[in-house]
Ligand binder design. Structure first.
Ligand code: HMG
Ligand code: MG
Length: 301
């Protein structure tokens, strides 16, 4: 990433869709991914190789990735969530460039989400990371509930940094610090990201904000100020987490791109093209109002 560049990871096809109760067709998922890539998205979280009993909507990940075969090129990195070796083997088979192992800054959330303790989750990642090394797959580690937990409430400021350090020790290369339920506010965000930046290199830290309380853009700005240059977002603000009751979508990619371009940052994303994608998917596929504020303002047809 250059001095005025921000790297965006589009998580709409994964985080955005995992909580949808009605099944979305594989063809619609593939079409969403293709249109996002055509709009200039280069890092795309397209699938989760998790237990289909836990998250049925993500069961067709291998087919979604197979459908993107013709759209891969050297500038594009496709990623998938993997909780264990079984998921990692599926991800390798599907030819992803990045995987995401995921734990949390909260014990209670880790238990609900992946049915183990934080320490056990990190143990479980070791063979996953070994496989990633063998196959030259980049490993991200997601830390949920860094700014608050639906079960434990407030989380100590240093907790995400502690977990990041433990993930770095087992070979995780990038650290996705997540406000799963969108409760964080900018001062707290600054403190948490400063603590994470003391634990692991700042260039390997990403901010993953949900917009439940309308704080996501302000929190991104706070993290930008700390020096974070990678953010996750979801087209049209799609999403929610099945194990975080009341959690709404990720911050809308359109809103993030609008803010960053307005501040003079380069994202590589064509905002108008992205708005077309968000409008199309919300109305034509999900049959609901378009959730991006910037997107609604820019949509003129
Ligand atoms: P478990 O029940 O403890 O594990 O689940 P298990 O090993 O006993 O497996 C249970 C069944 O699942 C078995 O099948 C396994 O074969 C199967 P059965 O024998 O009963 O027929 N299984 C799998 N199938 C396919 N792919 C796999 C896999 N693993 C096991 N990889 C487990 C433990 C981790 C598997 C489960 O808890 C799980 O899949 N959890 C995923 C939950 C999830 O996807 N949550 C949402 C994503 S995280 C998120 O959204 C947060 C994030 O956005 C950041 C933020 O905002 O905070 C990233
Ligand atoms: Mg999330």
């Amino acid at each position: 990433v250059g001095a005025h560049a921000v790297s965006l990871v589009e998580v709409g096809p994964r985080d955005g869709l995992q909580n949808e109760q009605a099944p979305i067709s594989t063809a619609d998922k593939i079409e969403l991914c293709k249109r996002l890539l055509a709009a200039g998205v280069t890092r795309l979280e397209a699938a989760a190789f998790v237990s289909p009993k836990w998250v049925p909507q993500m069961a067709d990940g291998a087919h979604v990735l197979a459908g993107l075969n013709g759209f891969r090129h050297s500038e594009v990195s496709l990623s998938a969530l993997v909780p264990n070796v079984k998921g990692m083997e599926a991800a390798i088979e599907a030819g992803v460039q990045e995987v995401v192992v995921f734990t949390a800054a909260s014990e209670a959330f880790t238990q609900k989400n992946i049915n183990c303790t934080i320490a056990d989750s990190i143990e479980r990642f070791k063979p996953v990371i070994e496989l990633a090394r063998q196959h030259q797959v980049h490993v991200r580690g997601s830390i949920s509930c860094a700014l608050g937990c639906p079960y434990e409430g407030p989380i100590p400021v240093g907790r995400a940094g502690d977990v990041a350090r433990r993930l770095a020790d087992v070979g995780v290369q990038e650290f996705d610090v997540a406000d799963t339920i969108g409760v964080g506010t900018p001062g707290q965000t600054r403190a948490v990201f400063e603590a994470v930046a003391k634990a692991v290199p700042l260039h390997s830290v990403a901010g993953h904000f949900h917009d439940t309380y309308g704080q996501a853009l302000a929190n991104i700005l706070a993290a930008l100020d700390v020096g974070v240059r990678t953010f996750h977002s979801s087209v049209a603000g799609l999403g929610g987490c099945p194990y975080a009751k009341g959690a709404t979508g990720n911050v809308a990619t359109e809103d993030v791109v609008y803010m960053l371009h307005g501040m003079g940052y380069d994202t590589g994303v064509d905002l108008n093209a992205l708005v077309d994608v968000g409008q199309w998917f919300s109305t034509a596929v999900l049959a609901r109002p378009y959730g991006s504020r910037a997107g609604r303002a820019l949509w003129t047809r």
